[in-house]
Structures are given as structure tokens and as C-alpha cells.
Design a protein. Sequence first.
Length: 196
Amino acid sequence: MTTVTTHAAVLREMRWWDIDPVLALEKELFPEDAWSRGMFWSELAHARGPGSTRRYLVAYDGERLVGYGGLAVAGTDSDGGDALAADVQTIAVARDQWGTGLGARLLTELLRHATAFEATEVMLEVRVDNTRAQKLYERFGFEPIGFRRGYYQPGNVDALVMRLSDPSALSRAPHPSPNGRADGPVNGVQGTEIHG
């Protein structure tokens, strides 16, 4: 199991014993459309062993969970070819961690896993009213490609669909900073969740 230490938060693979703290943060950040315990159990069931198709990460600051993210891999890319496509399922960061770069670190690790899965593209959905998260994804090279009307329920909020072509290119180049220079990690994501 790989553990990555960055600033105060430690990122590691999500395990079943992380589900309760993840659910607490999930309900705090997304009270209207929070995932259920069963949804997380189902995702983790596909995250280990040969043939796994999921990667879920958690971020802890000491004993406190401060973020999490997940990625799923599907059989074909958006062009319907034989190449693999990945989908960012969820990213969430505790409110007191917004702006620390934790969201960017989670996204970087998810994209690293997409590359390990040999995915040729990564898709995600993000709330149309979450411009801060959209800017983060744009800095990573994601481009808007469409909308899903009423995707987030019960609030009936639309989702912006975004795609990143060639996630492996990100592992070869530094990420742009908010000032446009390629000198370090980008700012964090504002409690974004992408239910994919």
C-alpha cells in the first residue's frame, strides 16, 4: 500500500474502516445528494485484487479525515473505441482545508491511477454552480464537453461534463500554479463531489 505525505495531510488507499468518517464528511458537504454506506461499500468491493476497476483515496490530518476521492475505469473511451476511459467518481475536501492544495493533490493521485490503469481519457461531472472546482479541473487540462440536466438530485442541479485527454501527460509535466507558472501544485478544490 502506497502512502504519500504532502504538507499536513497524508494520502492513502481508502479501506472499509474509513467509510464512517467518509460518510460524516460526505453528509456535511453534500447533505442533499450524499452517497450511502452501500454505495461506498460497492465501490471498495471493486478496488482491490486482480481485475480491480476502482481506486479510492483518503486524506488524513493526524487522526482526522480531511478529504477523499475516487476513480472508476470503464471499458471504452468516449469515441467508442477499445481504449480505456476513467471517471472521477468523487472528490471532497473538508471546508477548513479549502485553498490548501489538498483537492489538487487528491486529483493528481487519481490521475496517476488512471495512467496506471492505462486509461486514455478521464471524464467527470461537476455541479454547474461550483465554479471553483471547474477552475481547478481546467488547470489540470479538463475541457467542458456537455451538460447533464438535473443530474444532482433532489436539488435538480445540472452537471457540467468535462474530459481530460491523455492523463499520462500530466505525470510527465509540472502542474500550473494559479498564477499560470508551472512551478508547483494548484490550489485545492472547494468541497466538490462528482457523482459519476
